[in-house]
Design a protein around this ligand. Structure first.
Ligand code: ARG
Length: 523
């Protein structure tokens, strides 16, 4: 809306009237603004000053009420995300899954859905026979591991090296795995590994402000655990033996291995079992798997197989795919663990902030640097289209000028500081007649798009829609900072302007929180 509008101060009865008719008007005007947004209608110029006042009033009140724009019935959403493998690197793909999955969980929660977040850890497969074998051969005491993720990884790497030259090790590992699968060896030691891994992972997730409702394990669906399911599938001809003794499933006339000839399970077998289990446990409306593009075939196989005998279970299933991040490395070399990436971000942020003249030294502590570092990584990721591969660049992610997370945090701090230091308080009523300057109407107009943007971001599970909007909004708010004073103007005007800044801060804060970032109050 770029119409130039000049208005006189509205009479008091206008304000009161507006409060009573607000509910009705809000809906009408938000719809009106959405139509304006999409170009379906042109602003009504003849009566524009009055309309603009109503518009400003309703947008601000709507934001201050903080009610999401939805009347859908809440759904049960299960989200499988992050899901790294133990004793293997937490690679950039897991980082993306973590960031995108958290965003999807948050946005569903915003719309009042019941969300259940699962971290499905990879701890099973022949390669873990190798690890188990290594732990046994090296007499490792699980209770004494200080940094289990790193130490298990080292053992795993060593055993792999050994297996390259020593066929015996490879065979032993395979046999070992087959034995634990079939229950011939106790899983006690394995449970300890799982516990220490979860403990360490939880510390890292805490840095990102992410929690899970459950940690599930591939090993929960081991050969013994899924025996009944195998019998069922065999009885109903979903799987059959081939000449080598493998169990085979058929999808669109294509045969794929479902169980190895020694009855060891595969990633596919375990995911089929896990899906059925989740459906039984959570009776979900949606089951979302946040996993990179490369596993598209895997998930379509999982869904296709289950569909052959339990169609209902697959109805809400969706593989939410994403592209690769290239070039994300740390000083230590190629990024291996999430902690290293976050440490790198924090350290770089610290150096940068120390050089910046805008930094308030008193606000520069470890926690702030950590939050800024993670914000940079998260926003840099979420500003990309989900399915696209992208090149990671530390300078671009951490810059405070361009479209970065740092800039958004800086904006939030600036808005917060204004609220604290401008000398007036946020008024209880909105007087739109005092908010007629072009830049204010522009900001309000941007704010009016928030719910609509969020809805689109939600429907496509594309955080970048929300992030681009935030950058546009930030430009507009910064312009208002330049053009509109809150200090040294009369009190009512100051208060009303503060109200606009405050509404803007609510939108910025809510958006950052949905994106999975903790808004800072000072930096
Ligand atoms: N651990 C797997 C990997 O790193 C991802 C697991 C995703 N979830 C699932 N249910 N398959 O590739």
């Amino acid at each position: 809306m770029n119409t130039v509008i000049k208005v006189k101060r509205a009479p008091l009865c206008f304000e009161l009237n507006m409060r009573y008719t607000l509910n009705f008007r809000c809906k009408q005007i938000v719809r009106y603004s959405q139509k304006l947004d999409t170009g379906q209608i042109q602003p009504d110029i003849s009566n524009s000053s009055k309309n603009t006042e109503k518009f400003v009033h309703s947008v601000l009140c709507n934001i201050l009420k903080r009610k999401p724009n939805t009347n859908l019935t809440p759904k049960k959403i299960v989200i499988d995300f992050s899901s790294p493998n133990i004793a293997k690197p937490f690679h950039a793909g897991h980082l993306r899954s973590t960031i995108i999955g958290n965003f999807i969980a948050n946005i569903h929660k915003y719309y009042k859905d019941y969300v259940f977040k699962i971290n499905y850890l990879g701890d099973w497969g022949t390669q873990f026979g190798l690890l188990q074998y290594g732990l046994k051969a090296q007499n490792v005491n699980m209770n004494e591991l200080q940094k289990p993720i790193k130490q298990l990884y080292d053992i795993y790497v060593n055993m792999n090296k050994l297996a390259e030259t020593d066929e015996n090790v490879q065979n032993e590992a395979r046999k070992y795995f087959s034995d634990i699968e079939q229950g011939k060896i106790s899983l006690e030691n394995w449970k300890k590994i799982r516990n220490v891994t979860v403990h360490e992972l939880e510390n890292v997730y805490q840095r990102l402000g992410i929690t899970f409702d459950a940690f599930h394990w591939e090993s929960d669906y081991n050969g013994i655990a899924i025996r009944d399911l195998m019998d069922y599938l065999q009885k109903h001809n979903i799987i059959s033996n081939d000449e080598t003794g493998k169990k085979i499933a058929t999808i669109n006339n294509k045969k794929i291995t479902f169980l190895k000839s020694d009855n060891s399970t595969l990633y596919l077998t375990r995911d089929v079992a896990a899906l059925l289990d989740r459906h039984k446990k959570y009776d979900f409306d949606k089951m979302l798997y946040i996993v990179d593009n490369s596993q598209a075939d895997h998930f379509s196989s999982v869904f296709e197989i289950v569909k052959q005998f339990n169609k209902k279970c697959t109805e809400g299933c969706e593989h939410i795919k994403f592209g690769r991040i290239k070039g994300m490395s740390t000083r230590k070399g190629n990024a291996v663990f999430l902690n290293d990436i976050l440490d790198e971000a924090k350290q770089k942020m610290y150096e940068k902030q120390m050089q910046s003249k805008n930094t308030r030294q008193s606000a520069m502590n470890e926690e702030t640097c950590d939050i800024l570092g993670t914000t940079a990584v998260v926003i840099n990721d979420l500003k990309q289209r989900r399915q696209r591969d992208y090149e990671f660049n530390w300078d671009r992610a951490l810059q405070s000028e361009g479209d970065s997370g740092i800039k958004l945090q800086y904006l939030h701090c600036r808005l917060r500081s204004l609220e604290k230091n401008c000398g007036v308080s946020i008024p209880e009523f909105c007087s739109p007649a005092l908010l007629t300057e072009d830049i204010i109407v522009d900001v309000v107009n941007e704010l009016s798009k928030f719910e609509n943007v969020l809805q689109r971001s939600f429907e496509a599970y594309e955080a970048c829609i929300l992030v681009s909007y935030l950058f546009r909004l930030a430009k507009c708010i910064n312009k208002m900072f330049k053009e509109m004073k809150v200090k040294n103007v009369d009190q009512s005007t100051a208060e009303q302007r503060l109200l606009v800044f405050h509404a803007a801060r609510i939108v910025v804060k809510t958006s950052l929180e949905i994106l999975g970032v903790r808004p800072l109050d000072e930096m």
